[in-house]
Design a protein around this ligand. Sequence first.
Ligand code: SF4
Length: 510
Amino acid sequence: MQKRNIKVVFKDYNHKQNLLFPPNIGDLIDANHPVRLVDKIIDRIDITSVLETYKGGGTSSYHPRMMLKVIVYSYLTNVYSSRKIEQALQQNVHFMWLSGMTFPDHNTISRFRSEKLNGPVREIFEQIVKLLIDQGLVSLKEVFLDGTKIEANANRYSFVWGKNLVRNTQSIKRQLEELWNYAQKVASQEMEKNEPDFKEISPDKVEQVINSIDKALKNKEIDPKIKRKISNARKNWPGKMQRYDHFRKKMGSRNSLSKTDTDATFMRLKEDHMNNSQLKAAYNWQISTQNQFILGYTLHQNPGDTTTLSEHIKELKKTLGKNPDNIVADAGYGSEENYQLLEDNDINAYVKYNYFHTEQSKKWVDNPFRIENMHYNHDKDCYYCPMGQQMGFIKEGKSKTDNGYEQTIRTYRAQNCRGCPLRGSCHKSKGNRQIEVNPNLIRLRNKAREKLLSEQGLAYRSQRPVDVEGTFGNIKHNHGFRRFLLRGMDKVAIEAGLLAIAQNIRKMAG
Ligand code: SF4
């Protein structure tokens, strides 16, 4: 084939040539780029609370407004580690523009995030939410509430279980008492007369008792096994008791903690597409959203959603200046305590309860034996069973939830079930059928049902997964935030605040 003689032309390339006028980095950034929005918003934020964390004296510090812009922008662009932020400051033109070509290292970035933002981050978040309200991007009409568990920066195998702490402490107590009894037998004269109270033992007490036993058995001929046990007890038990005490105090009302982040609790995390759960140290992050803007967030150490509502609505009111009109949430929040809390705060509860969907089924509606389907007579305060027999009031009892909320349970009993043809389907107890009813819960559920089945309720129910679950999906899957980087409740709360700020600015830019 004959070669065609056409000249190839290349563009000029000389990257080592000096520029006569160095370019302004800002010229390289698109006018509508989100980095400009971060810059604009953080410039409008009052950062007095951050400034107050500086003691003064010593060498000059990087400007906190610049540091804040850099950190917020890094959370916006999925850069979460301080080393990666340091790298971005040296390589990424957007970061260079924000930092004004200053280059704080990863230690400075990390210290600023965990020391200077501890507390101020919530204030900054609140100012951004107020900005959203002022701009009419969100209203105080409704919020969609849900929680997600995010893995803590802790070793997966570092668990401490509350029940093991109790069992191990009991075992030391029992063995200590056995050693004391043995010493009493072998060296009764040398032993102190007053037997310690083994019900209440502390690390100091364990040490004291072991020393007393040791002293009393000195120069006595004792079983080598017991000798080894005493030596092991002296070496290990006081230390173990100290550790158990420390973990118990840290654990509080929780049932587990992680040794590497003692504020984190072991929770079941649904990690893969099949929703298979794994037990990992984590935090429970609760958020309230509207149009995928985060209007409130709280961080909790317990996995369940039910107990988080009271703290969450307190924070929400603080941020918004008033309670929202409506809260939309799934059945995880549908307890009597929560319904009452919302009613007391004048918030309409579009909150499901655990059998909301089942009770719509034909099988449920047609089942005459369910308490919910029995007729209640207010005047006579009695129920009527499927045979038309009166079930009269017997007694009233009180019980308390884990949060200390008092519930009233009323018991009603049928007069005579003997010989009833429906008995096999009605109940299995030996005597007459007894039912337990919580009248306040029934009232609150009826109210919630009416709201949920209304037109507004249907619209809210279809928006809830898109709004709040969509926000979690966006942060965890699209922006790759699946594990906190910092340790301890205070520091993890900073990260949660930064995630919420970044989500809101991202939505504003979108
Ligand atoms: S078993 Fe007792 S409570 Fe049930 S339908 Fe018969 S009479 Fe009524």
